[in-house]
Design a protein around this ligand. Structure first.
Ligand code: NAD
Ligand code: ZN
Ligand code: ZN
Length: 374
C-alpha cells in the first residue's frame, strides 16, 4: 500500500532542521504483514530524544529510515499465525522486540533480547525483513516500529494490547518515555519509600522517573537540568530541590543539601557530563542508574576507589528493565488511578508535516513530549 511517512534521508545535517529538512514527509510503499506480523493504523506518536539522536548522528542507523518508536494505534490486519492481537485491538508499540528464546529473554529481560537488538541496529524487523520501500529501494525501520507514518508493519512482538479506555494520544507516552523512566525507578533501581532520589536530565524520560519517585514516596527528590524552565516544571511535578547543572558548584551544593548525596540517582540526559554529575552526587552505598544514550564513542570515567570503598552501584537501564506485557498495563492502571500523572508531560499535539521543526524544539529543550496525531 501507499502511505505518507517521515523519512530521514541523511543524518548530521545542520541546525535548524526546519531549514535543512533532514526528514522528508513523503509517500512510501508498505508491504502487507508477513507471518507473525501486524499492520497498525497509527493514531499517535511521541517525539523522543532517541529519534533526534538518529537525526543528529549520535545514534547510527542505516538511512533512509522511517523514524519514530513511541506510539499507539489500532490493529488493521494481522499476518498468518498471529495470536496475541486481532483487528480492532488498541496497542502501544515497544521499541525492543523480543524473540523469547535467547539468554536475556529466558532470564526475564526482553528489553535486551539479542536478535531484537541486532535487528534494531540493522533497521530491520525482528525476522530480518524490511517492509518499507521507495521506488523499489528498501527503507529501514526504526527500532522495529517506524511510527512517524500513517501505518506500520511490525512483528507481533513489537506491540502490546491495551485497554480501550485510554485515549491513544496519552497511550503513546507509555510506549517509551513512561516505561523507560518509571521502569528505571521501579525495576532497575527498585527505589524504597523514604529514599532520597536525584534525577539528572528532565525530559520525557527523566520526568517520568521523577513522577515514579514521588509516587513511591521518596523523601527528597533532587532535580537537575541545564534549563531553568525544566527545573520549574520539575518543582510543579514534585521535586523538592532543583539545581542548574551549568553551576560549577552544583555537585557540592547538592551533596551539602542532601547531607552526603542521594541514595539513588537517575541519569536521563544522554551525555557524559550528566553521567558524571549523577555518579558524583550519589552518596556512599548508593546506586546510580543511567538511561541516557550517549554517542557510542564517548566513555565515562568512574572513580574506581569510590565505587569500591563506598560500595557504590552503577546500573544501565534499557527500556526501564521492563517486561512490557506485564508493566505497560500496570503503569496505565497507575495513571488511571491518578498516581502517575504522565499526561502532564504531553506538551503539545502536532502534525506529521511539522516533524523537522519538532526536532528543533526538542533539541532546544523547549518541550517535553510532542505527540504527532494522525
Ligand atoms: N534507555 C532507554 O531505554 C531509553 C529510552 C528512551 C530514551 N533514552 C535516552 O534518554 C535520554 C533522554 O531522552 P528524552 O527524550 O527524555 O530527552 P529530552 O531531550 O526530552 O531531555 C533531556 C534533558 O536533559 C537535559 N540535559 C542535557 N545535558 C544535561 C546535563 N549535562 N546535565 C543536566 N541535564 C542535561 C536537557 O536540557 C533536557 O532537559 C536520551 O539520551 C534518549 O536517547 C533512553
Ligand atoms: Zn524513546
Ligand atoms: Zn530474545
Amino acid at each position: 500500500m501507499k502511505m505518507r511517512a517521515a523519512v530521514l534521508l541523511e543524518a548530521g545535517r545542520s541546525k535548524p532542521y526546519a531549514n535543512s529538512t533532514p526528514v522528508a514527509v513523503t509517500e512510501v510503499d508498505l508491504d502487507p504483514p508477513g507471518p507473525g506480523e501486524v499492520l497498525v493504523e497509527m493514531k499517535a506518536a511521541g517525539v523522543c530524544h532517541s529519534d533526534l539522536s538518529v537525526v543528529n548522528g549520535t545514534r547510527k542507523r542505516p538511512v533512509p529510515i522511517v523514524l519514530g518508536h513511541e506510539a499507539a494505534g489500532i490493529i488493521a490486519e494481522v499476518g498468518p499465525g498471529v495470536s496475541s492481537v486481532k483487528p480492532g485491538d488498541h496497542i502501544v508499540f515497544i521499541f525492543a522486540a523480543s524473540c523469547g528464546h535467547c539468554e536475556p529473554c529466558l532470564s526475564g529481560r526482553p528489553g535486551i533480547c539479542e536478535p531484537g537488538t541486532l535487528a534494531n541496529a540493522e533497521g530491520r524487523l525482528l525476522n530480518g525483513d524490511k517492509r518499507l520501500s521507495l521506488d523499489g529501494k528498501p527503507i529501514s525501520h526504526q527500532s522495529g516500529v517506524s511510527c512517524f507514518a500513517e501505518y506500520a508493519v511490525a512483528s507481533e512482538h513489537s506491540v502490546i494490547k491495551i485497554d480501550k479506555s485510554l485515549p491513544l494520544d496519552e497511550a503513546a507516552l507509555f510506549s517509551c518515555a513512561v516505561i523507560t523512566g518509571v521502569g528505571a525507578v521501579l525495576n532497575t533501581a527498585q527505589v524504597k519509600p523514604g529514599a532520597t532520589v536525584g534525577v539528572v536530565g528532565l525530559g520525557g524520560v527523566g520526568l517520568n522517573a521523577l513522577l515514579a519517585a514521588k509516587m513511591i514516596g521518596a523523601k527528597r527528590i533532587i532535580a537537575i537540568d541545564l534549563l531553568d524552565s525544566k527545573l520549574a516544571l520539575a518543582r510543579q511535578l514534585g521535586a523538592t530541590d532543583t539545581f542548574n547543572a551549568n553551576d560549577p558548584d552544583c555537585v557540592a551544593a547538592m551533596r551539602e543539601a542532601t547531607g552526603g548525596g542521594t541514595e539513588y540517582t537517575f541519569e536521563a540526559a544522554g551525555t557524559v557530563e550528566a553521567m558524571n554529575i549523577a555518579y558524583n552526587v550519589t552518596r556512599r552505598g548508593g546506586t546510580t542508574v543511567s538511561s541516557g544514550l550517549s554517542h557510542p564513542d564517548h566513555n565515562a570515567a568512574i572513580n574506581h576507589l569510590t565505587m569500591v570503598a563506598e560500595e557504590r552501584t552503577l546500573k544501565g537501564s534499557y527500556m526501564g528493565s521492563c517486561v512490557p506485557v506485564r508493566d505497560i498495563p500496570r503503569y496505565i492502571q497507575l495513571y488511571q488511578q491518578g498516581l502517575l500523572p504522565v499526561d502532564r508531560l504531553l506538551s503539545e499535539r502536532i502534525k506529521l508535516a511539522d516533524i523537522n521543526a519538532a526536532f528543533d524544539k526538542l533539541d532546544r529543550g523547549e518541550t517535553i513530549r510532542q505527540v504527532i496525531v494522525f
